[in-house]
Design a binder for this molecule. Structure first.
Ligand code: ATP
Ligand code: MG
Length: 558
């Protein structure tokens, strides 16, 4: 083994995670001619960032070894909304940058084959029809050191064959019979104590219609699907480790064509979020979020709408690596990958989230002066654009204080501040409404201080602004973590993760003003001082909607 690892290290392409090491070993030992993996989502929800890890691993492994990765819908469980979920899954995998080419499969296409294998097992005396109810089955399953009891285990083969056929023909009610594999009632691994491999369920199936009223269990369907597709390495999450002996048993005891090998890795957990479809579904159905693609959701569609890039997600999946030990990754790492990517690609613009009007009293009415500003200081090749400096501007309300504390260097009565890429202005007068709210600042500008000019006048702060006449209205949605707690599941007895929802996970700035841009949904920008933003699909002709993708600095602000 050491030798193989050394070799793998030499052949750099083979170096990687422990799964890649296993694959190298299998190849060298002659167990594997070609690497063939699969990503097998159950179409019962939208994909989340945990699935992205599995997608990157399965498609990435195939790519690395010059193999193939199938996209297989694990649709052995009849459910209603499959179509919507399948469409979203395909879109998400593509968006992440992976391609299954012609290798799109459906586990339900193998129902007939699975049935044949089940008959094979019965004929070989390795499966039998059982009459225990689910409740009885639990009662009879034994405990550590105490074997299970299965009163129908010795049912004659002919009888099992006949009833199984009748089960298929629809003669029985749901739950009346099951088909069980005859393995080992005394096994220390409970999965091997004669597991149920078929159940009766009179449900309509999205693809097979009413053809079937018996459906195979996951532990039986999965190894068969893998084997029929010629999967060499079936990569799955750790909870399937104790199912592995059954996976192997099914392949060994039927005439399945390929000896697929199951390898497990630890699933991804992230701080401040939940990652199980069951819980994500609850958030959607109970209206805690606005659908599966709500920008606060850890779903791929939510992250996409939030403004994440596939590059950042793939980079994140690379950095977290693949291991067997369970761990929770700090969401800050995902955000770090995102900032790195966005910093290079997003042009800078100015947007005032909470506008306060400024009138430059010594600037001529009805005129403006164009000032140049860089699109991306990190990428000079992105060039410059011209902004109209004029008499009426907006600045951020929080950039002014009537009674500033000592260390406040922005605008206050009598103080001076620089407007980004424009001039230094001085606050001369504060205008208030009858209720005492500040509604306008009257300022003067110093014409000698144009940015890039010769003036040596210095001020301690630079703030952003927009021209009040040449700007557009926008709604800007500022997001925070969906859950306040690092671990949303960590709740006192009697409450659940819903109680950990962050009540301030979205703040809507309905009256923001942005430079007069005309970008399309999906375009990303850095708003100076505010972070990275993306144009949301809710945008309409005369009204922009932006989502904050991530702030400029890291950390949880609460
Ligand atoms: P969930 O628990 O969220 O419902 P699942 O495992 O039931 O997820 P599937 O559709 O069966 O969802 O998953 C498809 C593949 O994605 C499986 O191989 C599964 O192991 C993998 N996967 C699911 N969640 C994660 C995760 N958090 N990290 C890594 N891989 C995951
Ligand atoms: Mg599942």
């Amino acid at each position: 083994m050491a030798e193989i690892q050394e070799k793998a290290a030499e052949e750099k392409v083979m170096a990687g995670n422990f799964i890649h090491d296993e694959i190298v070993a299998d190849t060298k030992e002659g167990h594997c001619d070609a690497v063939h993996t699969r990503f097998p989502p159950e179409p019962n929800g939208y994909l989340h960032i945990g699935h992205a890890k599995s997608i990157c691993l399965n498609f990435g492994t195939a790519k690395k070894f010059g193999g193939i990765c199938n996209l297989r819908f694990d649709d052995t469980n009849p459910s209603k909304e499959e179509e919507e979920f399948m469409d979203s899954i395909k879109a998400d995998v593509r968006w992440l940058g992976f391609d299954w080419q012609d290798n799109l499969f459906f586990a339900s296409d193998y129902f007939e084959k699975m049935y044949e294998y089940a008959v094979e097992l019965i004929k070989a005396g390795k499966a039998y029809v059982c009459e225990l109810s689910a409740e009885q089955m639990r009662e009879y399953r034994g405990s550590i050191g105490v074997p299970a009891v299965s009163p129908y285990r010795d049912r004659p083969i002919e009888e099992s064959l006949r009833i199984f056929e009748e089960m298929r023909a629809g003669k029985y009610a749901d739950g009346q019979y099951t088909l069980r594999a005859k393995i080992d009632l005394a096994s220390p691994n409970f999965v091997m104590r004669d597991p149920v491999i078929y159940r009766i369920q009179h449900s309509h199936h999205n693809r097979t219609g009413d053809d079937w009223c018996i459906y195979p269990m996951y532990d039986f369907a999965h190894p068969i699907s893998d084997s029929l597709e010629g999967i060499s390495h079936s990569i799955c999450t750790m909870e399937f480790e104790i199912h592995r002996p059954l996976y192997e048993w099914v392949i060994e005891n039927t005439s399945c064509p390929t000896k697929s090998r199951q390898i497990e890795f630890a699933r991804l957990n992230l701080t401040h979020t939940v990652m199980s479809k069951r819980f994500l579904r609850r958030l959607v159905e109970e209206g805690h979020v606005n659908g599966w693609d709500d920008p606060r959701m850890p779903t791929i569609s939510g992250l996409r709408r939030r403004g994440y890039t596939p590059e950042a997600i793939r980079d994140f999946c690379d950095r977290i690596g693949v291991a067997k030990a369970e761990s929770t990754v700090d969401t800050a790492l995902l955000e770090h990958c995102l900032r790195e990517d966005l910093n290079a690609r997003a042009d800078r613009v100015m947007c005032v989230l909470d506008p306060l009007k400024v009138v430059i009293t010594n600037f001529p009415e009805g005129e403006h002066e164009m000032v140049p500003i860089e699109n991306n200081p990190e990428k000079p090749e992105r060039g410059k654009r011209l902004l109209p400096f004029g008499r009426e501007l907006y600045i951020e309300r929080s950039d002014f204080m009537e009674e500033p504390p000592k260390k406040f260097f922005r605008l206050s009565p009598g103080a001076e501040v620089r407007l980004k890429s424009a001039y230094i202005i001085k606050c001369e007068e504060v205008v208030k409404d009858e209720a005492g709210n500040i509604i306008e600042l009257r300022c003067t500008y110093d014409p000698e201080t144009r940015s890039g000019g010769t003036s040596t006048k210095k001020v301690k702060a630079t703030i952003h602004w927009v021209n009040a006449r040449e700007c557009r209205n926008a709604e800007v949605r500022l997001y925070d973590y969906l859950f306040t707690a690092d671990d949303p599941y960590d709740v006192p007895e009697g409450s659940d993760f819903i109680d950990n929802l962050n009540p301030d996970s979205v703040q809507v700035m309905a009256d923001a003003r942005i430079e007069a841009l005309y970008p399309l949904p999906g375009e990303r920008f850095q708003f100076l001082r505010h972070g990275y933003f993306v144009v949301d699909p809710d945008t309409e002709n005369d009204r922009f909607v932006f989502n904050r993708i991530v702030s400029l600095k890291g950390g949880f602000k609460k």
